[in-house]
Design a protein around this ligand. Sequence first.
Ligand code: ZN
Length: 186
Amino acid sequence: MKLPIVRYGHPVLRAKGKRVAKVDDHVRALAESMIETMREANGVGLAAQQVGEALQLTVLDVGEAEDQSSTMKLNGAELEAKAAMPLILVNPELTLSAETVVAVEGCLSFPEITAEITRASSIVARAQTLEGERVEIEATGLLARVLQHEVDHLNGILFIDRMSAVTKVAMRSRLKRMQKENAPAR
Ligand SMILES: [Zn+2]
């Protein structure tokens, strides 16, 4: 089921996701709907907060992205990132490389806003699958970037928090307007 995507200004985007203690029917159905929603929006990743649920659950798919820089190891074995998509990760935790890289990023919760963001160039993610299996993913390229962006969402962190001060000043009035437009009515 396609879900509405929450936009900047809604407080759920600032909520830290609760750990998923048990993958039940709700979590499975939610993950499936999130994949459908992400694909419909041509996104490469979506966090549970973006569909209104503060949970440690994210979906990713870099398989059809223009940027095919992703490399990936799953539990130590190299594989084509495209073959592993879509990824559904429960309770993910990241270890970041010291080396960083700058690239332009967008976010489905911030339509029409893009900015250069500095991210670790490679990461190791430890997470669970929907089947409860523990996985370790080593990633570089776009996949490493998307994983960092989504795990930030799960902790209530948004890409605007990682923009340079200059970019933030330049975007200030647009962000203010979005915040006003998307705040829950009271
Ligand atoms: Zn985002």
